[in-house]
Design a protein around this ligand. Structure first.
Ligand SMILES: [Zn+2]
Ligand SMILES: [Zn+2]
Length: 449
């Protein structure tokens, strides 16, 4: 098994560097998704894209049609397969790879997110992607979270698993998800039914709190529930010198709202967050600004705490508009609840992952203290009695996530692939022993005695 991962080590790096060089934001991952679709097909998977892969109406924050078209064109110019891009038109960039096996067994799903961020990658020679000449070729876009690595890991798992079919039963579903940033994509895959009947669900992120190569975190909890909103204030333009009193100042409303939003009270039940991440308005120095927009996000340690922040934010936005006598429209463009990994999986994951030569330590649990829309998937799997986990694959990070110098150690790719493959194979055994992991632990410790 280890041999297999070693055999594709360079390939994993090549995948990662290729995706890094052509970063694509949520719902525009045409090039990335077409590479994924082609590879999955080559490995013998049934490949599902379009409306069957993700429920169109459940997608959040989809860019306007002209932006989508522009990205479709650019993807093809940069080597995307036009046939796949065609099937993904309109921002349908989800790719599902399904392997239905002859023998009975568990339904196992894994999720890999694919999107990049609106960040200008650092161009200095100290940045590893610059040294190796795979830094972003798109101005203002960057894989600064590690999702380029996640897609590479997903393809590595797909290839190795395709050669292990005689050891497998049931069904394997590899979910390549668009638009994780802004928590906009996972729900559409859930609503298309891909988490229904899943017995075991595995997902992971490179880095975050796990910053040592060879460290694996078996389960992550403490996801912040979050809401992302776009807000626009509408006033009336007027000559700022001649008739300022005839204007209604949307810019002042947005600025005042920003200050008030950041002063929403703390909550005694736990951690909350708010951030207005951008603010712009007006058309010229001598004109009372007739429009101003801001984008904000709220977070909470629990779904209830985020709900409190969101309700307060909406109250402030609407009432600040009244204060300045302007109108306001707000729209939720991304949202995710809280969730927990199944802690029953900890001993089972520890047992498998500690067998790996490349792994030095397996940490049972860590709080995430961030958001990831994987929570929709975890919640759905658990709703039907399945079990799921979100893991961390440790790597030193020269700069934190979402920063211009973000990078990770590429050795983590092989670790991720081997960990997932081992878990897929091991969970076959869990199913045979009655789909109750705690029973297995007892059974195995008895045999050892
Ligand atoms: Zn991120
Ligand atoms: Zn991420």
């Amino acid at each position: 098994m280890v041999d297999n991962v070693n055999q594709i080590r360079q390939k994993l790096i090549n995948y990662r560097r290729d995706f890094h060089e052509f970063p694509e934001m949520g719902w525009t991952e045409y090039r990335t998704a077409s590479v994924v679709a082609n590879e999955l097909e080559r490995f013998g998977y049934e490949v599902i894209v379009g409306e069957r892969a993700a429920n169109s109406g459940s997608r959040m924050g989809v860019p306007h049609q002209e932006i989508l078209l522009e990205h479709e064109k650019r993807a093809i110019e940069n080597g995307a397969d036009p046939e796949w891009v065609n099937k993904m038109a309109g921002g349908q960039t989800t790719v599902i790879g399904r392997l239905k096996l002859d023998k009975p067994g568990p339904v196992i799903a894994l999720r890999f997110d694919m999107d990049a961020l609106p960040i200008n990658e650092n161009k200095s020679i100290k940045h590893f992607p610059v040294q190796k000449k795979f830094n972003s070729s798109y101005e203002g876009l960057m894989h600064a979270c590690g999702h380029d690595g996640h897609v590479a890991i997903g393809l590595g798992v797909a290839e190795i698993i395709s050669h292990q079919q005689e050891l497998l039963g049931g069904e394997i579903r590899l979910l390549f998800q668009p638009a994780e940033e802004g928590t906009r994509g996972a729900k559409s895959i859930v609503d298309a039914g891909w988490l229904n009947g899943v017995d075991y669900f595995f997902s992971a992120h490179i880095g975050f709190q796990s910053k040592k190569l060879g460290e694996v975190v078996a389960t992550v909890g403490g996801f912040y529930a979050t809401t992302k909103m776009d807000v626009t204030f509408y006033g009336i333009a007027s000559h700022a010198g001649q008739k300022p009193e005839q204007g209604k100042n949307a810019l002042l409303a947005a600025a005042a709202a920003t200050l008030h939003l950041h002063s929403i009270t703390r909550h005694s039940d736990g951690v909350t967050r708010i951030n207005v991440g951008n603010l712009y308005g007006g058309t010229g120095r001598n004109i009372i600004a007739d429009t101003a927009s801001l984008s904000l996000e709220t977070r909470g340690e629990s779904t209830e705490l985020n709900e409190f922040m969101k309700t307060e934010a909406i109250r402030i936005i609407e009432n600040t508009a009244k204060l300045y006598d302007v109108s306001v429209k707000w729209e939720i463009v991304g949202e995710a609840p809280g969730a927990k990994s199944n802690e029953e999986l900890i001993p089972l994951i520890q047992k498998e992952i500690t067998k790996m030569q490349s792994v030095k330590s397996v940490i049972p649990y860590m709080d995430f203290n961030a958001s990831d829309d994987v929570v929709y998937m975890l919640n759905e799997v658990q709703k039907y009695g399945g079990m799921g986990t979100y893991m961390l694959f440790g790597s030193p990070l020269p700069a934190g996530h979402h920063q211009v110098l973000f990078d990770f150690n590429e050795e983590v790719l092989g670790i991720g692939v081997e960990a997932f493959v081992r878990l897929i194979l091991a969970s076959q055994k869990w199913q045979k022993l009655g789909n109750k992991p705690n029973v297995i632990i007892q059974a195995e410790s008895t045999t050892k005695q």
